[in-house]
Design a binder for this molecule. Structure first.
Ligand code: GRF
Length: 196
């Protein structure tokens, strides 16, 4: 990632599709003095996403975009108009186009509920249990052109218990996602500061 502008907090958009527990967690984090990000915008791919309520509650600008290819330029212009410099994907279920990723090159990160490069894509907890793994976890990574394949920023391991189901595991991993995402953001920006 190139050096971001000299402002104290980086104007950030969070992209969601569903519940938004990571969004809620990031909003709380962003309000701390030590946070390098300011969440100015929440973009949802789904108008019914529960997570939009968190944006409303915290009076953050929110918008639904269908992520149709034809609307891509509208979204990019909207993000630029709102001076967005950094994008956090949080439970965002659409695949961003190469064109979009290029426009925000090095400025998009994601959280994934597995220890990447293992278990990319969907149904991670089900696949992890099916393969009788003993350890799983979550990963915060940069977004590149390949699904769940960008450079890893931070990972956190989670133990799997014998009686785990995809639901119990999801709950435990999600708890660690909430711990890991803010730490990863701090780590990313402190390493950028050192470089600049
Ligand atoms: C999280 O497990 C995230 O890693 C995955 O989808 C889930 C979204 O949860 N991509 P939430 O919407 O943040 O509650």
């Amino acid at each position: 990632m190139k050096k971001l502008s000299g402002q104290i907090k980086i104007n950030t958009a969070v992209f969601i599709s569903g519940t938004g527990s990571n969004l809620y967690n990031l909003i709380k984090f962003s309000l701390l003095k030590k946070s390098p990000i300011k969440i100015c915008l929440v973009i949802s791919s789904n108008s019914k996403a529960k997570g939009l309520n968190f944006a409303k509650k915290f009076k953050i600008k929110r918008k639904t975009f269908r992520f149709y290819k034809k609307d891509e330029k509208i979204l990019i212009n909207y993000l630029l108009k709102n001076k967005i410099e950094f994008i956090c994907l949080a439970g965002f279920m659409k695949i961003l186009s190469k064109y979009f990723i290029n426009k925000f090159k090095g400025k998009i990160i994601n959280i994934h509920p597995s220890l990447l490069p293992k278990y990319k894509g969907l149904n991670t907890h089900y696949k992890v249990l099916k393969n009788k793994e003993k350890i799983t976890g979550c990963t915060v990574h940069h977004v590149n052109f390949k699904l769940d394949s960008g450079k890893i920023i931070l990972q956190k391991k989670v133990r799997i218990f014998e009686n785990d189901t995809p639901i119990t595991l999801k709950k435990r991993v999600l708890k660690q996602e909430h711990v890991t995402y803010p730490i990863a953001i701090k780590k990313l920006f402190s390493s950028l500061q050192k470089k600049s």
